[in-house]
Design a protein around this ligand. Structure first.
Ligand code: ADE
Length: 225
């Protein structure tokens, strides 16, 4: 997968891609991430990328010209499955969306700032708008990092068998069951016997029951879907 990220803060965004699972995915050649600094497409003395809102109102608006030039250039070089704008009024990211988009080959992610982008950018180029939750961040960058992490770990070959994404919370609309490691007893707190029994079928049954119970207590909405 190739991910092109358009941002005014490329430096802020680099470090998550230089560590963790995302770094491994890049090193394995399964993912390429390219940052595009919007200011490289702004040609006035101050390299402005924003301006006042027509009609008045607080907050600056990101101008269409630098964004249009950057996206047009990228689109002339390859086809994109989706051109995504990170915005709090987008579709709220969830696991089924991440599963689907992890199969894409090329995506662009546009990170908004200030009040957001000129509506004409959205009308002209954006094919999908994504929010990472019902709260407002100061820019789309951190949302884009969250989104990339959710996608990249699902790309076949990124995770090893032990860390398989198939058993994650949300993969079957259930939260994960409790997990334990050694020691089997700590300060009188014991690991459930069934997990030490070696009886695979019983262990699976126990995990399913616990996952269901946990979901019912904490996220009953998931069971209704
Ligand atoms: N930009 C600002 N707030 C955001 C959010 N909640 N999700 C995605 N991008 C954003």
């Amino acid at each position: 997968m190739r991910i092109d990220i358009i941002t005014v803060l490329p430096e802020l965004m680099r470090s998550p891609f230089e560590g963790s699972i995302m770094k491994r995915a890049i090193e394995k050649g399964l993912v390429e991430v390219h940052f595009h600094n919007l200011r490289d497409y702004a040609y006035d003395k101050r390299r402005s990328i924003d301006d006042y809102q027509f009609g008045g109102g607080a907050g600056m608006v990101m101008m269409i010209q630098p964004i249009d030039e950057c996206i047009t250039k990228l689109k002339s070089e390859r086809d994109y499955d989706e051109i995504i704008y990170m915005t709090p009024d987008g579709e709220t990211l969830n696991q089924p969306m991440a599963n689907k988009m992890s199969l894409y080959e090329n995506i662009i992610i546009l990170c908004g700032h200030y009040k957001g982008v000129d509506q004409r950018v959205r009308d002209l180029h954006i094919t999908k708008e994504i929010s990472i939750g019902d709260y407002v961040l100061s820019g789309g960058e951190i949302g884009a990092i969250v989104f990339c992490d959710a996608l990249i770990r699902l790309i076949p070959g990124v995770l090893s068998d032990e860390t398989s994404a198939l058993t994650d919370s949300f993969q079957d609309n259930l939260l994960s069951p409790p997990i334990y490691t050694r020691p089997a007893e700590y300060k009188g707190m014991k690991v459930p016997d069934v997990l030490l029994s070696g009886h695979f079928a019983n262990i699976e049954k126990w995990r399913e029951e616990k996952a269901y119970e946990h979901t019912k207590n904490r996220r009953p909405d998931l069971l209704e879907e």
